[in-house]
Design a protein around this ligand. Structure first.
Ligand code: SF4
Ligand code: F3S
Length: 104
């Protein structure tokens, strides 16, 4: 599966949602997550994210994000079409420590 990481926090560009063939993105207050049991591993969303927030879970050190995506995709609503990002999205692109600072 692919997973959304903390680089999405406060950015939420939602380009990913537009290209996913199985609509497996779920939206929280500060970020989106992928439902790992619905993701078909097609990889199309990865290069579409301007914040480079999406990675395959085969990369090292992504266990935390796999867990978070699994947990919250079961709680948050499905999002199936692109919407405007927050007005200050570009200011938060590439910022460090976003999970600790902003995640809700
Ligand atoms: Fe959707 Fe494919 Fe991305 Fe999985 S890898 S979330 S199926 S676009
Ligand atoms: Fe987030 Fe990137 Fe999608 S910032 S909403 S994972 S396009």
């Amino acid at each position: 599966t692919y997973v959304v990481t903390d680089a999405c926090i406060k950015c939420k560009y939602t380009d990913c949602v537009e290209v996913c063939p199985v609509d497996c993105f779920y939206e929280g207050e500060t970020m989106l997550v992928i439902n790992p049991s619905e993701c078909i591993d097609c990889g199309v969303c990865e290069p579409e994210c301007p914040a480079e927030a999406i990675l395959p879970d085969t990369e090292d050190g992504l266990e935390k994000w796999l867990e978070l995506n699994t947990k919250y995709s079961a709680e948050w609503p499905n999002i199936t079409s692109q919407k405007d990002p927050p007005a200050d999205a570009d200011e938060h692109k590439g910022e460090e420590g976003k999970f600790e600072k902003y995640f809700t």
